[in-house]
Design a protein around this ligand. Structure first.
Ligand SMILES: C[S@@+](CC[C@H](N)C(=O)[O-])C[C@H]1O[C@@H](n2cnc3c(N)ncnc32)[C@H](O)[C@@H]1O
Length: 278
């Protein structure tokens, strides 16, 4: 049974164990131009050739590799993450101008003002101490250095397509992670995220909510992709492996009965914020 409790007891482990399906789901979303929040974050950085970048909570290298291409051979990108499985995957695909380090974004082991820009795709929400993570991001940027972050926003699935209802009695409850509740609150709207960033001492902060609808072609695809989301992955792996196929099949059958054969479009949003160190 995987650990439960504080975010750092849960999150790196579950992302490590499910790094490959996570990477493939996000790569698919990027290739279909569905991952609009992450793409908007990279665009907001206005990167230049030769820039030195840090990617906070880099996962399998989703944004690391994209920004590495833009900054070119004279630039450099350091991806940091707490999940060894993610770092292994990222190292396996890393171009020469990328390095990777196991590091907590709340306690970065870098000297002050080391980077021209910082990017953070869908990872800040896992930090129990948001102010600390933002202060660290600010510290490692040079004066005038830019940052951009993306965060999941709201999802508004129509009747029959709500994952929490679909899996409610099929899986055990989600892990309790009370230490990220304050972060969830502080990043739960564009206005609150904007305040957190201004309070952390950034200038020129701009926070927007972008639409990020997700399409699933069939019930099978929706169940498979959804089970690579860290929370459902954790809930499924809490049960014996021999029950997994039956749960998948039951979820697909319920989805088909409730919503038909697909395709299903799930409306949703991301928050994207950018700014610079004074
Ligand atoms: C949803 S994934 C995002 C990965 C990648 N940035 C992307 O956009 O696909 C969140 C990542 O944040 C990492 N993470 C969570 N808390 C962290 C922390 N305190 N320090 C560093 N990484 C962290 C997780 O291990 C995971 O790889």
């Amino acid at each position: 049974m995987p650990g439960a409790g504080r975010a750092k007891d849960v999150v790196p482990g579950v992302f490590s164990r499910h790094a490959l399906p996570y990477r493939d789901r996000v790569a698919g979303a990027l290739s279909r131009h569905e991952a609009r929040g992450r793409l908007a974050a990279v665009a907001a950085l206005a990167l230049e050739r030769g820039d030195r970048i840090v990617d906070l909570g880099c996962g399998p290298g989703t944004l690391t590799f994209a920004v590495a291409e833009t900054v070119g051979a004279n630039g450099h990108v350091v991806g940091v993450d707490l999940a060894d499985g993610m770092l292994r995957l990222a190292r396996a695909g890393a171009p020469p101008n990328v390095s990777l380090a196991r590091m907590d974004m709340e306690r970065l082991g870098f000297q002050d003002a080391r980077f021209d820009a910082a990017v953070c795709g869908h990872a800040l929400q896992f930090c129990p101490d948001l102010a600390c993570a933002l202060t660290e991001m600010r510290r490692v940027l040079r004066p005038g250095g830019r940052f951009a972050v993306s965060l999941p926003g709201r999802t508004s699935p129509p009747d029959g397509l709500r994952l929490q209802e679909l899996f409610a009695d099929l899986l055990p409850p989600a892990p309790a992670m009370t230490d990220t509740e304050a972060t969830a609150e502080a990043t739960g709207s564009a206005a609150r995220l904007q305040s957190a960033l201004v309070n952390a001492g950034f200038d020129g902060v701009r926070t927007v909510e972008v639409d990020e609808p997700v399409t699933h072609r069939t019930p099978e695809e929706m169940v498979e992709k959804s089970l690579t989301w860290w929370e459902l992955a954790w809930r499924l792996e809490s049960l014996p492996a021999e029950r997994h196929a039956g749960i998948r099949a039951e979820a697909v059958a319920r989805l088909r009965a409730r919503a038909g054969d697909g395709p299903f479009q799930i409306p949703g949003t991301n928050l994207v914020a950018s700014g610079r160190r004074p």
